[in-house]
Design a protein. Sequence first.
Length: 402
Amino acid sequence: MGKITVQERGLASPHSSVAQGASGSSSGIVIPEGSEKKKIAIILFNLGGPEKPESVKPFLFNLFHDKAIIGLPQPLRYFLARLISSRREEEARKIYAYLGGGSPILANTQAQAQALENLLKGKESDPAGEPSLVVHSALGSSSGSGNPEGNDYKVFIVMRYWHPFSGETARNVRAYDPDEIVLLPLYPQFSTTTTGSSFPDWHRAAKKAGLNKPTRSIESYPAQAGFIAAQAELLRAGYAEAAKHGTPRILFSAHGLPEKIVNAGDPYPVQVKQTVEAIMEKVSGFRFQVSGRGENTETRNLKPETSLCYQSRVGPLKWIGPATDEEIIRAGKDKVPLVIVPVAFTSEHSETLVELDIQYRELAEKSGVPAYVRVPAVGTHPRFIAGLAELVTSASAGASVG
């Protein structure tokens, strides 16, 4: 069973959780009657990235100086972070040069924040002008209004390793003076190296800023219905494209972790597997047409071979596998088309736009892979944004799920 975990601080109830089936479906959400209108601050958490070449080295230092990434005591961690950031700066600059010198992750996260805020406030369209979904179960609406309680929602962004940092955002949230805060990571699967690092950093910053408000933390949502629906829709389109070149193999590619972190109890690979299983359940039975020669078409069932693999290995430690690049080479030997799904990335950044789109595509071509189709990250997909909205409203309402 997948699980959306919600932790509460400064509230009467010490802990609550929202459970869901493997498909991500949920039901029975209860919103207290007669609740007053509230000002609710939503904090979106993401990794962050340098906005220009000069920011690359300090960004890398912040990353490797994080105790969740390198667990050495001080001052060893400080000196090692300086060494690694100096040694990796040149290569990292080359990567970001493909993207104009900096990462697009802040702009992409801002688009997600705006789409979420629009939906929570009951607006009808996302930033791209596409119709937004009404979140019936969480918002308690079956008609045009997505905010029947009239709550005031404002979405803020916190990046872990570059601006805006927790301290900057905590001061802005204090100025907004919300009645309560909801912490929402853009990491669907929990890891001690992502959400497990970002949340403590936020709480330290909030305390320093004098921000003492009731806070609910959504720790993970690996099989949340909207997230899975968005992934499934994008996968179907990518699979149909790759199937023009044969029977595709699907590679679900996630960011890797050193084995020692997983062996210490990090639940990340288990939750990534939950996501993959939920996506495949969602697309089971999907049929599509593939054009043949002339006017001939063939209808096929989506019954693919799949592989969960991991990318972005760095350093000498042993990482969990199989590695994405090794799976691409295997597909070349087997002469099968590939569909690449960035299953743990919710926004486009260097690891999707460069590693997957450029470096791994070149590897696929050299390895003889007949077709290489990369599925987009969920980004501002209306179903994903609706899923985030449901998480927020469920947490804010103190919803119970049965």
